[in-house]
Design a protein around this ligand. Structure first.
Ligand SMILES: NC(=O)C[C@H](N)C(=O)O
Length: 337
Protein backbone atom coordinates (compact mmCIF):
# COMPACT_ATOMS: atom_id res chain seq x y z
CA UNK A 1 0.00 0.00 0.00
CA UNK A 2 1.23 3.44 -0.87
CA UNK A 3 1.35 5.42 2.35
CA UNK A 4 0.51 9.11 2.40
CA UNK A 5 3.38 11.41 3.31
CA UNK A 6 2.89 14.17 5.84
CA UNK A 7 5.36 16.95 6.60
CA UNK A 8 5.46 18.12 10.21
CA UNK A 9 6.67 21.68 10.74
CA UNK A 10 7.56 21.67 14.43
CA UNK A 11 7.70 25.27 15.64
CA UNK A 12 7.71 24.63 19.41
CA UNK A 13 4.97 24.83 22.04
CA UNK A 14 4.15 22.74 25.08
CA UNK A 15 3.76 19.49 23.11
CA UNK A 16 7.54 19.02 22.83
CA UNK A 17 8.59 20.74 26.04
CA UNK A 18 10.48 19.31 28.99
CA UNK A 19 10.09 20.17 32.67
CA UNK A 20 12.86 22.47 33.97
CA UNK A 21 13.53 24.42 37.16
CA UNK A 22 11.91 27.46 35.46
CA UNK A 23 8.82 25.65 34.17
CA UNK A 24 8.30 24.02 30.79
CA UNK A 25 10.91 24.81 28.12
CA UNK A 26 11.32 23.64 24.52
CA UNK A 27 14.36 21.43 23.97
CA UNK A 28 15.76 20.40 20.58
CA UNK A 29 15.46 16.68 19.85
CA UNK A 30 13.24 15.95 22.85
CA UNK A 31 9.94 15.55 20.97
CA UNK A 32 11.51 13.18 18.44
CA UNK A 33 12.99 11.13 21.32
CA UNK A 34 9.59 10.83 22.99
CA UNK A 35 7.88 9.90 19.70
CA UNK A 36 10.42 7.12 19.11
CA UNK A 37 9.05 5.41 22.21
CA UNK A 38 5.44 5.56 20.97
CA UNK A 39 4.87 2.70 18.50
CA UNK A 40 1.29 3.81 17.74
CA UNK A 41 2.70 6.53 15.49
CA UNK A 42 4.25 3.87 13.27
CA UNK A 43 1.20 1.60 12.94
CA UNK A 44 0.17 0.51 9.44
CA UNK A 45 -2.90 2.78 9.47
CA UNK A 46 -0.73 5.83 10.09
CA UNK A 47 0.87 7.89 7.31
CA UNK A 48 4.61 8.28 6.91
CA UNK A 49 5.84 11.54 8.36
CA UNK A 50 8.94 13.69 8.46
CA UNK A 51 9.60 16.12 11.29
CA UNK A 52 11.33 19.39 10.56
CA UNK A 53 12.20 21.01 13.92
CA UNK A 54 12.63 24.79 13.76
CA UNK A 55 15.65 26.56 15.17
CA UNK A 56 15.01 27.81 17.78
CA UNK A 57 11.88 26.06 18.99
CA UNK A 58 9.69 28.69 20.59
CA UNK A 59 6.89 29.16 23.05
CA UNK A 60 4.10 30.52 20.86
CA UNK A 61 3.89 33.70 22.98
CA UNK A 62 7.07 34.66 21.09
CA UNK A 63 5.50 34.21 17.62
CA UNK A 64 5.63 37.18 15.25
CA UNK A 65 4.56 37.71 11.63
CA UNK A 66 8.14 36.75 10.65
CA UNK A 67 7.46 33.31 12.08
CA UNK A 68 4.19 33.05 10.12
CA UNK A 69 6.26 33.82 7.05
CA UNK A 70 8.80 31.15 7.92
CA UNK A 71 6.06 28.52 8.30
CA UNK A 72 4.30 29.55 5.05
CA UNK A 73 7.61 29.47 3.13
CA UNK A 74 8.48 26.09 4.64
CA UNK A 75 5.13 24.64 3.51
CA UNK A 76 5.60 26.12 0.04
CA UNK A 77 9.14 24.69 -0.25
CA UNK A 78 7.88 21.18 0.58
CA UNK A 79 4.47 21.46 -1.03
CA UNK A 80 4.98 19.13 -3.99
CA UNK A 81 6.73 16.37 -2.03
CA UNK A 82 3.98 15.79 0.57
CA UNK A 83 0.27 14.99 0.69
CA UNK A 84 -0.43 17.15 3.71
CA UNK A 85 1.10 19.31 6.44
CA UNK A 86 0.91 19.37 10.22
CA UNK A 87 2.13 22.46 12.05
CA UNK A 88 3.11 21.73 15.66
CA UNK A 89 2.60 24.93 17.57
CA UNK A 90 2.02 26.29 21.07
CA UNK A 91 -1.60 26.87 21.99
CA UNK A 92 -1.29 30.48 23.17
CA UNK A 93 -1.17 32.06 19.72
CA UNK A 94 -2.19 29.02 17.67
CA UNK A 95 -5.44 30.65 16.50
CA UNK A 96 -3.47 33.69 15.23
CA UNK A 97 -1.05 31.52 13.25
CA UNK A 98 -3.84 29.34 11.84
CA UNK A 99 -5.72 32.48 10.77
CA UNK A 100 -2.61 34.12 9.28
CA UNK A 101 -1.67 30.99 7.30
CA UNK A 102 -5.22 30.71 5.94
CA UNK A 103 -4.79 34.11 4.29
CA UNK A 104 -1.13 33.80 3.29
CA UNK A 105 -1.44 30.40 1.57
CA UNK A 106 -3.30 31.29 -1.62
CA UNK A 107 -4.75 28.49 -3.83
CA UNK A 108 -4.25 25.96 -1.04
CA UNK A 109 -5.01 22.53 -2.43
CA UNK A 110 -3.72 20.28 0.39
CA UNK A 111 -4.55 20.02 4.10
CA UNK A 112 -2.59 22.11 6.60
CA UNK A 113 -3.49 21.05 10.15
CA UNK A 114 -2.24 23.09 13.09
CA UNK A 115 -2.08 21.35 16.48
CA UNK A 116 -0.26 21.19 19.81
CA UNK A 117 -1.18 20.31 23.38
CA UNK A 118 -1.83 21.59 26.86
CA UNK A 119 0.42 18.99 28.56
CA UNK A 120 3.78 17.92 27.03
CA UNK A 121 3.82 14.66 25.09
CA UNK A 122 6.38 13.29 27.54
CA UNK A 123 4.00 13.60 30.50
CA UNK A 124 1.64 10.84 31.65
CA UNK A 125 -1.67 12.65 31.02
CA UNK A 126 -0.67 14.46 27.86
CA UNK A 127 -3.31 15.41 25.32
CA UNK A 128 -0.49 15.68 22.75
CA UNK A 129 -0.70 12.02 21.80
CA UNK A 130 -4.38 12.24 20.78
CA UNK A 131 -3.99 15.61 19.09
CA UNK A 132 -0.97 14.58 17.02
CA UNK A 133 -2.44 11.16 16.12
CA UNK A 134 -5.67 12.85 15.02
CA UNK A 135 -3.87 15.58 13.08
CA UNK A 136 -1.68 13.10 11.15
CA UNK A 137 -4.51 10.63 10.54
CA UNK A 138 -6.93 13.32 9.38
CA UNK A 139 -4.39 15.09 7.15
CA UNK A 140 -3.75 11.74 5.41
CA UNK A 141 -7.29 10.30 5.27
CA UNK A 142 -9.60 13.32 5.33
CA UNK A 143 -7.73 15.84 3.17
CA UNK A 144 -9.75 19.02 3.64
CA UNK A 145 -7.75 21.53 1.59
CA UNK A 146 -7.70 24.42 4.02
CA UNK A 147 -5.84 25.56 7.12
CA UNK A 148 -7.51 23.81 10.03
CA UNK A 149 -6.86 23.49 13.74
CA UNK A 150 -7.11 20.08 15.37
CA UNK A 151 -7.70 19.91 19.09
CA UNK A 152 -9.52 17.63 21.51
CA UNK A 153 -10.97 15.47 18.70
CA UNK A 154 -12.41 18.35 16.70
CA UNK A 155 -11.10 19.80 13.48
CA UNK A 156 -11.98 23.47 13.09
CA UNK A 157 -11.55 25.98 10.29
CA UNK A 158 -8.37 27.72 11.47
CA UNK A 159 -9.53 31.30 10.91
CA UNK A 160 -12.69 30.67 12.97
CA UNK A 161 -10.86 29.55 16.09
CA UNK A 162 -10.01 31.23 19.34
CA UNK A 163 -8.42 29.92 22.52
CA UNK A 164 -11.32 29.60 24.94
CA UNK A 165 -9.82 27.61 27.81
CA UNK A 166 -6.50 28.41 29.47
CA UNK A 167 -6.06 25.04 31.15
CA UNK A 168 -8.69 22.63 29.80
CA UNK A 169 -8.14 20.07 27.05
CA UNK A 170 -11.01 21.70 25.13
CA UNK A 171 -8.79 24.74 24.64
CA UNK A 172 -10.25 25.90 21.31
CA UNK A 173 -13.64 26.96 20.14
CA UNK A 174 -15.07 28.06 16.83
CA UNK A 175 -17.92 30.16 18.16
CA UNK A 176 -19.42 31.25 14.86
CA UNK A 177 -18.80 28.29 12.59
CA UNK A 178 -19.46 24.55 13.05
CA UNK A 179 -16.44 22.21 13.13
CA UNK A 180 -15.12 20.88 9.84
CA UNK A 181 -15.02 17.40 11.32
CA UNK A 182 -15.64 15.61 14.63
CA UNK A 183 -13.48 12.60 15.51
CA UNK A 184 -15.65 10.58 17.89
CA UNK A 185 -16.28 6.83 17.68
CA UNK A 186 -17.08 7.63 14.08
CA UNK A 187 -15.21 10.26 12.15
CA UNK A 188 -17.90 12.61 11.00
CA UNK A 189 -17.51 15.34 8.44
CA UNK A 190 -19.56 18.34 9.52
CA UNK A 191 -18.66 21.38 7.39
CA UNK A 192 -15.41 20.15 5.88
CA UNK A 193 -15.12 19.06 2.29
CA UNK A 194 -12.69 16.26 1.51
CA UNK A 195 -10.99 16.70 -1.87
CA UNK A 196 -7.93 15.22 -3.47
CA UNK A 197 -5.24 17.64 -4.58
CA UNK A 198 -5.79 19.03 -8.07
CA UNK A 199 -2.24 20.25 -8.52
CA UNK A 200 -3.06 23.97 -8.40
CA UNK A 201 0.14 25.92 -7.74
CA UNK A 202 0.42 27.36 -4.25
CA UNK A 203 1.20 31.03 -3.83
CA UNK A 204 2.46 32.59 -0.61
CA UNK A 205 1.52 36.20 0.09
CA UNK A 206 4.44 37.66 2.07
CA UNK A 207 3.65 39.41 5.34
CA UNK A 208 5.51 41.92 7.45
CA UNK A 209 4.33 43.21 10.82
CA UNK A 210 2.01 46.19 10.42
CA UNK A 211 1.18 48.85 13.01
CA UNK A 212 -2.35 47.95 14.05
CA UNK A 213 -4.05 49.46 17.10
CA UNK A 214 -6.56 47.59 19.21
CA UNK A 215 -9.00 49.12 21.70
CA UNK A 216 -11.58 47.35 23.77
CA UNK A 217 -14.37 49.67 24.90
CA UNK A 218 -15.41 49.80 28.57
CA UNK A 219 -17.85 51.99 30.45
CA UNK A 220 -16.14 55.30 31.17
CA UNK A 221 -13.41 54.97 28.50
CA UNK A 222 -12.13 58.42 27.59
CA UNK A 223 -11.54 59.68 24.08
CA UNK A 224 -7.90 60.30 25.12
CA UNK A 225 -7.29 56.55 25.30
CA UNK A 226 -8.42 56.17 21.67
CA UNK A 227 -6.54 59.34 20.69
CA UNK A 228 -3.33 57.90 22.13
CA UNK A 229 -3.70 54.67 20.20
CA UNK A 230 -4.38 56.62 17.00
CA UNK A 231 -1.37 58.85 17.65
CA UNK A 232 0.93 55.89 16.93
CA UNK A 233 1.72 55.41 13.26
CA UNK A 234 -1.21 53.02 12.96
CA UNK A 235 -2.69 51.92 9.66
CA UNK A 236 -5.72 50.21 11.18
CA UNK A 237 -7.67 50.15 14.41
CA UNK A 238 -9.53 47.10 15.65
CA UNK A 239 -12.31 48.40 17.85
CA UNK A 240 -13.86 45.87 20.19
CA UNK A 241 -17.33 47.21 20.79
CA UNK A 242 -20.36 46.11 22.78
CA UNK A 243 -22.98 43.60 21.62
CA UNK A 244 -23.93 43.94 17.97
CA UNK A 245 -21.36 46.68 17.47
CA UNK A 246 -22.34 49.53 19.76
CA UNK A 247 -20.15 52.27 21.24
CA UNK A 248 -20.89 55.23 23.53
CA UNK A 249 -22.27 58.23 21.64
CA UNK A 250 -19.28 60.27 22.62
CA UNK A 251 -18.78 63.24 20.29
CA UNK A 252 -15.03 63.53 20.85
CA UNK A 253 -14.51 59.84 20.24
CA UNK A 254 -16.69 59.80 17.13
CA UNK A 255 -14.80 62.82 15.78
CA UNK A 256 -11.51 61.02 16.30
CA UNK A 257 -12.75 57.95 14.47
CA UNK A 258 -14.10 60.07 11.65
CA UNK A 259 -10.74 61.85 11.28
CA UNK A 260 -8.90 58.51 11.34
CA UNK A 261 -11.12 57.06 8.61
CA UNK A 262 -10.62 60.15 6.48
CA UNK A 263 -6.85 59.76 6.83
CA UNK A 264 -7.13 56.23 5.41
CA UNK A 265 -6.88 54.36 8.72
CA UNK A 266 -9.06 51.25 8.52
CA UNK A 267 -11.29 51.14 11.59
CA UNK A 268 -12.94 47.73 12.03
CA UNK A 269 -15.75 47.13 14.45
CA UNK A 270 -15.67 43.71 16.12
CA UNK A 271 -17.85 42.65 18.99
CA UNK A 272 -16.53 41.86 22.46
CA UNK A 273 -19.05 38.99 22.53
CA UNK A 274 -17.63 35.56 21.80
CA UNK A 275 -20.59 34.57 19.63
CA UNK A 276 -22.68 36.42 17.08
CA UNK A 277 -22.14 39.18 14.58
CA UNK A 278 -21.80 42.95 14.38
CA UNK A 279 -24.81 44.68 12.88
CA UNK A 280 -24.26 48.42 12.98
CA UNK A 281 -27.80 49.08 11.73
CA UNK A 282 -29.33 47.66 14.91
CA UNK A 283 -28.99 50.63 17.26
CA UNK A 284 -28.34 54.36 16.99
CA UNK A 285 -25.10 53.76 18.93
CA UNK A 286 -23.90 51.40 16.20
CA UNK A 287 -25.11 53.54 13.32
CA UNK A 288 -23.12 56.47 14.70
CA UNK A 289 -19.97 54.38 14.13
CA UNK A 290 -20.96 53.46 10.61
CA UNK A 291 -21.63 57.12 9.86
CA UNK A 292 -18.04 58.04 10.74
CA UNK A 293 -16.56 55.43 8.36
CA UNK A 294 -16.12 52.48 10.72
CA UNK A 295 -16.56 49.16 8.89
CA UNK A 296 -18.12 45.95 10.18
CA UNK A 297 -16.03 42.98 11.24
CA UNK A 298 -19.23 40.88 11.13
CA UNK A 299 -18.62 37.64 13.05
CA UNK A 300 -14.84 37.47 12.60
CA UNK A 301 -12.69 36.52 15.56
CA UNK A 302 -10.11 39.01 16.79
CA UNK A 303 -7.44 36.65 15.47
CA UNK A 304 -8.94 36.53 11.98
CA UNK A 305 -9.51 40.29 11.88
CA UNK A 306 -6.00 41.12 12.96
CA UNK A 307 -4.25 38.69 10.64
CA UNK A 308 -6.51 39.62 7.72
CA UNK A 309 -5.53 43.25 8.26
CA UNK A 310 -1.88 42.21 8.15
CA UNK A 311 -2.50 40.25 4.96
CA UNK A 312 -4.27 43.13 3.21
CA UNK A 313 -2.01 45.93 4.48
CA UNK A 314 0.94 44.10 2.93
CA UNK A 315 -0.56 44.44 -0.53
CA UNK A 316 -0.66 47.48 -2.81
CA UNK A 317 -4.32 48.23 -2.09
CA UNK A 318 -6.13 51.50 -1.44
CA UNK A 319 -7.91 51.98 1.92
CA UNK A 320 -11.21 51.58 0.06
CA UNK A 321 -10.11 48.25 -1.43
CA UNK A 322 -8.97 47.08 2.00
CA UNK A 323 -12.31 48.08 3.55
CA UNK A 324 -14.14 46.16 0.84
CA UNK A 325 -12.00 43.03 1.28
CA UNK A 326 -12.30 43.21 5.08
CA UNK A 327 -16.07 42.91 4.70
CA UNK A 328 -15.87 40.05 2.20
CA UNK A 329 -15.24 36.40 3.04
CA UNK A 330 -11.83 35.53 1.54
CA UNK A 331 -11.29 32.12 3.18
CA UNK A 332 -14.58 31.43 4.93
CA UNK A 333 -13.59 33.62 7.88
CA UNK A 334 -16.86 35.57 8.05
CA UNK A 335 -20.55 35.06 7.49
CA UNK A 336 -22.68 37.86 6.09
CA UNK A 337 -26.43 37.56 6.03
N1 LIG B 1 0.00 24.86 25.67
C1 LIG B 1 0.91 25.63 25.10
O1 LIG B 1 1.43 25.26 24.08
C2 LIG B 1 1.23 26.94 25.77
C3 LIG B 1 2.60 27.49 25.47
N2 LIG B 1 2.88 28.64 26.31
C4 LIG B 1 2.74 27.93 24.02
O2 LIG B 1 1.85 28.56 23.50
O3 LIG B 1 3.76 27.71 23.40
Amino acid sequence: MNKKKIYIAYTGGTIGMRQSAHGYIPEPGFLQEVLEKMPEFRRDEMPEFTIHAYQPLIDSSDMTPNDWQKIADDIAANYDQYDGFVVLHGTDTMAYTASALSFMLENLDKPVVVTGSQIPLAQLRSDGRENLLDALFLAANYPIPEVSLCFNHSLFRGNRTTKVHADGFNAFGSPNFPPLLEAGIQIQLVKGEVKSATGKPLKVQPIQAQPIGMASLYPGISADVIANILRQPVKALLLQSYGVGNAPQHKQMLDLLSEASEQGIIVVNCTQCLKGSVNMGGYATGQALRDVGVISGYDMTTEATLTKLHYLLNQPLTPEQIREAMQTSLRGELSRN
